[in-house]
Design a protein around this ligand. Structure first.
Ligand code: PLP
Length: 424
């Protein structure tokens, strides 16, 4: 490694908290699907900042909106109105088909917000006894890093020694309709079921095709709020506007599609800003959102005018550039090519995913460093990806990737896998 890269790495090592374990690459520039390191070496970005950069790095229109607004008015707090928030709220609620939006900044904050709304709804509308509200969550969930959210994680690394934990959550298996039915029948104080339509951090686990429909039906039957965390799956990543849209690839959230399993509460983050700025949101209809009254929830930066114009632009780009269609078709190409490779491979155990949210599972133990070493080799070969949970490599490029670029990337990936085959 050259001295410039090692300088930046050692600075972080010395002066930064060690809460991440990055690949040893120091990036200084990004454009579209590419990033460049401090030596000018170019890479395909196949992580996209955990699906925040769906619209591609430094999208010129998002950057323009960000720059212009930050030179005009950046923050008013919600103590005053600003002339951008209402326009954004109108646009985004129409875009996703909900009555109201509550603006926050990070994904974890939006999840916290959804939890608070669901609990308040439970006490005030469902008449659950005080302090008894329960939210059902799934094994191997990932919803963020706050104290409450890690309280219902079952990842020991995320959880250990951060207690005491927030009560009020019950875990059941993911993709387990019978378990959901059982808990709903047994427990009367359930206010919400919080679920990722595809489990991202856990390793890109797609549930059975009928899972979300069963979830929705059960939630309706038991007067439980269906809370979809689409922070990673949403905004075109899986080949439709939202993963809950199922097979629909239209550009507007709508009631017409049979495959659309409309959540009662929708949580968005990450690509809501195209990766330029932290923007998250919770969407719901009036009868749910109106339980929140002045003073009961808030955020100094949430709903600031820069966030409002950035998010509006980021969504317009998803629609205008038809990113869901591109994610859908390129994802199909990716999986079919890697599947062909996997058939003749002892190294690649499985490829799975939807749209451009995909993962390759390496045929080794989660404790092994095989996937990490493959990612180092991919880096050498000009493509950046990161393992999740040891032996799973996530492949999630920006959705602006072209088909010919996808073929080049598949070439790089299979070539790199081949370098490791002899060990298996
Ligand atoms: C990334 C992520 C979060 C947390 O978002 P932050 O912006 O990192 O707080 C929550 N839920 C899901 C599904 C995520 O992928």
């Amino acid at each position: 490694m050259d001295s410039s890269a090692s300088l930046h790495i050692s600075l972080e090592e010395k002066h930064g908290a060690h809460n991440y374990h990055p690949l040893p690459v120091v990036l200084s520039k990004g454009k579209g699907v590419f990033v460049w390191d401090v030596n000018g070496k170019k890479y395909f970005d196949f992580l996209s900042s955990y699906s925040a950069v769906n619209q591609g790095h430094c999208h010129p229109e998002i950057t323009k909106a960000l720059t212009e607004q930050s030179q005009t008015l950046s923050l008013t707090s919600r103590a005053f109105y600003n002339d951008k928030l209402g326009l954004y709220e109108k646009f985004a609620t129409e875009f996703f088909g909900f009555d109201k939006l509550l603006p926050m900044n990070t994904g974890a904050e939006a999840v916290e917000t959804a939890i608070k709304i669901a609990r308040k709804w439970g006490y005030e509308k469902k008449k659950i006894p005080q302090e008894k509200a329960i939210i059902v969550v799934c094994e191997n969930n990932f919803h963020g890093r706050t104290t409450t959210i890690i309280s219902f994680s079952n990842d020991p690394i995320a959880k250990e020694n951060f207690g005491p934990y927030t009560p009020g959550f019950v875990k059941i298996g993911y993709n387990d309709v019978a378990a959901l039915k059982t808990i709903f029948e047994k427990e009367k104080n359930i206010v919400g079921f919080l679920v990722e339509p595809i489990q991202g951090e856990a390793g890109i686990y797609t549930p059975d095709p009928s899972y979300l429909q069963s979830v929705k039906t059960l939630c309706n039957e038991h007067n439980v709020l269906f809370i979809a965390d689409e922070i990673q799956t949403g905004i075109a990543r899986t080949g439709s506007l939202l993963a809950v849209c199922g097979n629909c690839s239209c550009e507007q959230q709508c009631e017409r599609q049979e495959s659309y399993q409309r959540p009662d509460i929708l949580i968005l983050g990450k690509a809501l800003s195209g990766g330029t700025y932290p923007v998250s949101a919770v969407l719901a209809d009036d009868e749910i959102m109106n339980v929140i009254k002045p003073g009961q929830h808030g955020s100094t930066f949430g709903g600031n005018p820069v966030a409002a114009v950035v998010a509006t632009k980021a969504l317009e780009i998803v629609r205008d550039e038809k990113l869901f269609q591109n994610a859908r078709s390129l994802g199909a190409i990716f999986r079919s090519k890697i599947e062909v490779y996997a058939k003749s491979s002892k190294l690649v155990k499985e490829v799975r995913g939807k749209g451009l949210l995909n993962a390759v599972e390496v045929n080794d133990t989660p404790e092994s460093d095989t996937a990490w070493n493959i990612c180092l080799a991919l880096m050498e070969n000009g493509l950046l990806a990161k393992p999740t949970h040891g032996n799973i490599i996530r492949f999630t490029p920006p959705l602006v990737l072209t088909e010919s670029e996808m073929h080049i990337c598949i070439e790089i990936i299979t070539k790199t896998f081949k370098q490791f085959e002899h060990r298996f």
